[in-house]
Design a protein around this ligand. Structure first.
Ligand code: FMN
Length: 354
């Protein structure tokens, strides 16, 4: 498959983000993923057709924090020509407002608040997914951020902390604050990444929210992406792990929605992607072993879509030569690869509402 950059670049402005959400074609977003979605990864995904909008990793916000330089550099160096949404995590209102204003000045398309991170170190401090246990605090934070920002303001949420029953009252709060978009990762915090994804609640958000809703959670193939769009009525899809596995997925979804045949990469296309990923993540002076470890953060997801013992073997690679030999053994062929998660998709189909 071609890796040429797509034609007709959109300018990375707030206006582009909002008009993308109101377009007839669903917006396709690359999900924020800590230690994955840096500027180099955005640029690589873009070479394969790319997302319509890229989320940053989250900025950790506290009373005295300053925005992480590493993530600011990704925003400033954004090579995709597409809008970037800057995500924050935290609960200190003054700190969030201060950081949001800094990010607005960086020219991001929107500022997003994380209400979903399930890491215990985060939620125990009542940030990320932990905030879902304190709706009154969410109400105050959203009000302050909406007042502070002149650019689009968005929220990325899970359905609740412990139960999906928490979602309805949360929606009432979200609906009060003039959000420009709501991304719904349709799992609870307690569920972590386990199936099923409760897509019916995304449909509910679409029905009651005055703003566009972006569907998130376990989107893993072009055909299933189209099903999720129909079932939820969402204005867009946010895709995380499946985009690591297959940067072709955004282009494939566009083909699917246009009624065209979906082009699958061959093993050799995937081999070239892994090598491009290796090169894009290369840091001068980094020991080979550390570079292999860095690559495994990506391979853990890509490996879920490659049949056979690829993942088992690549997790044990310690040198560049070993790493490349394992990739060649499993990927140096001309057969098409669907790159869908082989285990989870087969075992537990994600239920869709009627
Ligand atoms: C490695 C990793 C890091 C993540 N980091 C973030 C993050 O910084 N902010 C966030 O809102 N969600 C984060 N998420 C959650 C994803 O954005 C997304 O909501 C989740 O993976 C479900 O979507 P998917 O099934 O398409 O991957 C992360 C997920 C993964 C796997």
């Amino acid at each position: 498959m071609s890796v040429d950059a797509p034609a007709g670049e959109a300018l990375p402005t707030p206006a582009t983000f909002v008009s993308g959400l109101s377009a007839t074609r669903p917006l396709l977003a690359l999900a924020p993923m800590q230690e994955i979605t840096d500027g180099a990864f955005w640029a690589l995904v873009h070479r394969y057709g790319g997302a319509d909008v890229y989320w940053t990793e989250y900025f950790r916000v506290q009373a005295e924090s300053t925005p992480e330089r590493r993530i600011l550099d990704a925003i400033r160096g954004n090579a995709t020509g597409r809008p970037v949404v800057a995500q924050m995590i935290g609960n200190d209102i003054a700190g969030l407002v201060r950081t949001a204003r800094v990010l607005e000045r960086e020219g991001v398309a929107a500022v997003d608040l994380n209400l979903g991170c399930p890491a215990p170190v985060v939620y125990r401090k009542c940030a990320g997914g932990g905030l879902l246990r304190e709706p009154a605090r969410i109400d105050a934070i959203l009000g302050a951020l909406r007042d502070a920002l002149t650019i689009p303001f968005t929220v990325k949420t899970r359905l609740g902390f412990a139960s999906v029953d928490e979602f309805e009252p949360l929606l009432a709060i979200f609906a009060r604050h003039g959000l420009d978009a709501l991304t719904v990762h349709a799992r609870t915090v307690a569920q972590l990444y386990r199936l099923p994804v409760h897509y019916a609640f995304i449909r509910r958000a679409v029905d009651v929210m005055p703003c566009p809703v972006i569907a998130n959670g376990h989107v893993h193939s072009a055909a299933q992406a189209a099903e999720v769009l129909v079932a939820t009525g969402a204005h867009g899809l946010m895709i995380g792990r499946a985009a690591i596995r297959s940067p072709w997925l955004f282009a494939q979804i566009r083909q699917q929605l246009a009624g065209e045949a979906v082009t699958l990469p061959t093993g050799r296309d995937v081999l070239a992607y892994v090598r491009a990923l290796w090169a894009s993540q290369d840091v001068p002076g980094r020991p080979e072993r550390n570079h292999c470890e860095r690559m495994k953060k990506f391979m853990n997801y890509l490996g879920e879509g490659v049949p056979g013992p690829f993942l088992h073997q690549i997790r044990r690679a310690a040198t560049a030569a070993e790493f490349d030999a394992i990739c060649r053994e499993h990927l140096d062929h001309g057969e098409p690869l669907a790159l869908a998660p082989i285990d989870t998709a087969a075992l537990v189909p994600a239920p869709l509402p009627a």
